[in-house]
Design a protein around this ligand. Sequence first.
Ligand SMILES: C[S@@+](CC[C@H](N)C(=O)[O-])C[C@H]1O[C@@H](n2cnc3c(N)ncnc32)[C@H](O)[C@@H]1O
Length: 345
Amino acid sequence: MESSSCLLLLTTIPGLEDLALKEAEEKLRILRAEVKPSHVGGRLLIEIPGEQLAEAFKLRSVEHIIRLLKVFPVEESAEGLNTIYREVYEASIPLASTFRITCERIGSHNYTSMDVQRVAGQAVVDKYGVKVDLENPETIVRMDVARSLGFLGIQLTRKPLHVRYQRVYQHPSALNPVIAYGMLRLAGLREGEKLLDAFCGGGTIIIEAAQAWENLDPIGVDINPKSVEGAWRNAASAGVSGKVKFLVGDARRLEKYLPEGWIPDRVVSNLPFGIRSGRVKALPKLYGEFLQSLHSLQSQGVVCLLTAQRSLLEASALEAGYRITGARKILYGGLESWIMLLRPS
Ligand SMILES: C[S@@+](CC[C@H](N)C(=O)[O-])C[C@H]1O[C@@H](n2cnc3c(N)ncnc32)[C@H](O)[C@@H]1O
């Protein structure tokens, strides 16, 4: 490691690690990188020059930034807790006067993340005599256990980086902006393009695009007037209301609702999955009619859709005259979902 470099463990949505690395490579000088260290999804390790640390906080594909102190083998049996105590005790941890331990545990162990927090916290108290403050600690010590490895570091982010603005309207199925950003990148969005989200809800995708790309002409459509009003309020809160448009409309009849002659270059949408709302039965008709309506606009651009219903979407897409050009599995809120890329055939 270069003397002034820092080793960072970045967390992201499982399935988007490579996109996060690509973004990091564009925005930072990467000295070393490892995607999914020890096959742990949703993680990447990067080493960057110390003076670039502030830039890392601008990454839109990342949730948390952890300055890594050490990685060590840890048993999956109860013995692992003794190892964690010893390794934390022996580590040199830069601490302020109060701290909290945060733990994410991946894999199966004979102990819980609460146990890890307890023994790691005890080691810090025994060695440094500093106080625990669960609410507002000055230092967040992160002690992750991923299968047979322990990752000890200082969590530099106080809240996840997906919190980009205050969501004054909380849509019940609001998308994580990190996923919205990933989808916009996968769709290949470029400056100046017309972007459509036909199921915009609280406006996450359109707002993300307006924040991260210049001079777009983005339109969000939702059948529910309450969502559309909420999307406008969220856009104002994000400081982009002058750059976006939201309309009440039906994704099954886009030709009726979109401005005349307005043909999207890219379509990026988080489709209704029906899983939580229990409306799975209505989805084949909804997906089919939406894609037929979209096809009738004669846009030649990429369509990027998020769904938990991969085979249904594939069948609807083929029937409506699209070919599938990509499929990527992500883990979203514990649910396997698919980002699908389509093009008119
Ligand atoms: C999964 S949510 C989208 C959430 C959104 N990405 C966000 O972050 O807030 C799906 C949305 O599709 C809308 N919707 C359902 N059927 C529709 C239709 N036929 N036309 C347009 N919107 C529809 C629902 O009102 C809901 O807001």
